[in-house]
Design a protein around this ligand. Sequence first.
Ligand SMILES: [Zn+2]
Length: 341
Amino acid sequence: MVENNNKLVLIETGVPVEGYADSLVQSIADLGFKTEQIALAIVTHGHGDHAGNAHYLQETFDIPIVGSQYDLDKFSSGKTELAKSKDVSIWGTRLRPNMDMDYAAFTPDVLVGSAEVDLEKYGIDGKIIPLKGGHTPGGLMVLIGNQFFVGDAFIGTFRLDGANLVPDGHHARTHFYHENTTLADKWLEVIEKIATLNNVATIYPTHFGPVTTAELSTYIAVRPTLKDLTKLQESLFKAIEHGDSALANTFLSKNFNINTVSEQQFTKIDYVQKRIRNPKTKIETVTAEDFRIIKADNNMAIMTFLKNLKLTNKEPQSIKATAFYTKAKGNWHLVFEQDTP
Ligand SMILES: [Zn+2]
């Protein structure tokens, strides 16, 4: 919720779960405001966790709802249509069963097309900036003063806290799902440009934000390296699982060294011999997630990730890995890995 010129703008309406609408109304009251002060509610796109209570707010308090005309199919059917989205990370696959939420269908009072909408006519110094395609067919962003709300164009970093995901470090990260990943990628640069032109220091994605504009720029800059190294690690893990020492060899630098959780240290020759070619304890499965670049230039990079390791006859382990890479002849190689529980 944003206050501007004594008026309130609500951005997003929350999830369609029992009790959420009441808690939303209660939080508005707790902040010392009345629902009548809300000039309009902007739903950034047609997913249930954003549009979930739009119908309720429209019917109960007569709050005008703004949405993109390109997500009208979702709004008027009350369907998130997650089947149309691709999983961008392992979290996409994990959260999918809970995220395909149906919600009370509604028709937005204001439909935004491809053009920006000045909010002056609602008494607010700000504008709505549409993003056509990417996360869903019709995304909306909201710029009020130097406060910039970008919906699900990207998210902040997060970690698991019990059963919940909570913000962790406020770095930029790609959302779990996009209907068009190529477009979603392209919009990051557009968002960065709008933020820079409008002196926006802090961007508010709907999930796990805020993220500074500087952090978004860093993310855009390291994204190609992040993609390359994520691919390298995933190929390496497949090679290890399949006992493919030749393939693993190509990913490991000749100076490779690993310090494992059990405080064992392996050189490249050791590692290939003992962990891949003739393992006493077979690595049944190894996967990783939450890949983050800590530092990178053209020739070196440091990346962290969470490794899920299952050895034969052992309990699965979750391991924090910090890995150091170098680039030679256009290819990245893993030089060093430090594992901690
Ligand atoms: Zn979404």
